[in-house]
Design a protein around this ligand. Structure first.
Ligand code: SAM
Length: 251
């Protein structure tokens, strides 16, 4: 997914919202020092910092980092001082730091479309984790036999006669392990459409077996494999895979 200027101001209105407790709890259990990959608008990083966690965040989109900095600037000094942002690509980064906890939320590992990118990201994560450090992340769980296409539409009231409507068209090719999405954000003022933003992105469709193998082969031991962020056991019916791993000695 390429994140361009404009629509980032709407991201926090939509999308994953029930993952805060999950990642915050893990950060507390693992040294109160964390690295978030694909930090975006700092939706989670700010929540963790408000709770006393030192958070580093990387993202390869300057637009997203700018939106994050704007939000962080509104926080009190004790929260601001806990957050460090860097522009970097998860497939190739070196922060000269190690962390007891790294997390990659909001199905962003799915954005790595080829095996080489997935392995390179896991190698970077492994290098940045302290011995026995914890790496947690989530993925969409697309089941074989789900419809090849799907669409959705949702709206949010912005107040003062303004509204934003997000609609999307999703295509899935289970055999090719690829899904693509067209996302539209339409901004209405007093019932008239004033702005439209369009984004296109592709994601990789992981299977539970495939991701287990990839993690094991790249130096991670799976500690827990859930079906959601409330730690419900994973089943074939689960809509997501929420995974906690621990760094093994060598990748
Ligand atoms: C779905 S958003 C998630 C944002 C944030 N983590 C959250 O949970 O709200 C994905 C973010 O990952 C970033 N991203 C995608 N691919 C990346 C890559 N290869 N390297 C670094 N950041 C990446 C995007 O720019 C975007 O900000």
């Amino acid at each position: 997914m390429t994140y361009r200027s404009g629509a980032e101001r709407f991201y926090d209105l939509f999308g994953t919202k029930d993952d805060v407790n999950f990642y915050r709890e893990l950060a507390h259990e693992n040294g109160d020092r964390a690295l978030e990959l694909g930090v975006g608008t700092a939706r989670l990083a700010i929540e963790l910092a408000r709770d006393g966690v030192e958070v580093w965040g990387i993202d390869n989109s300057e637009h997203m980092l700018r939106a994050a900095r704007r939000k962080i600037a509104k926080e009190p000094p004790e929260v601001r001082s806990l957050i460090t942002l860097r522009r970097a690509d998860v497939r190739d980064f070196d922060l000269h730091e190690t962390f007891p906890f790294i997390y990659f939320p909001a199905y962003t590992f799915d954005h790595l479309l080829i095996r080489e990118d997935q392995i390179n990201a896991l190698r970077c994560i492994h290098r940045h984790l302290r011995p026995s450090g914890v790496y947690a992340f989530d993925l969409a769980h697309v089941r074989e036999g789900e419809p090849n296409s799907d669409w959705f539409i949702e709206r949010r009231d912005l107040g003062e006669g303004q509204m934003v409507v997000r609609s999307g068209f999703l295509r899935r090719d289970y055999t090719a392990r690829k899904a693509s999405i067209d996302l539209f954000y339409d901004v209405y003022v007093d019932g008239k459409m004033k702005e439209r933003y369009h984004e296109y992105g592709e994601v990789y469709i992981h299977t539970p077996e495939g991701i287990r193998e990839l993690l094991e082969e790249n130096g991670f031991r799976i500690k827990a494999f859930y079906g959601d962020h409330r730690k419900k056991p994973f089943t074939e019916e689960s809509k997501e895979m929420v995974i906690i791993t621990e760094k093994r000695g060598s990748p």
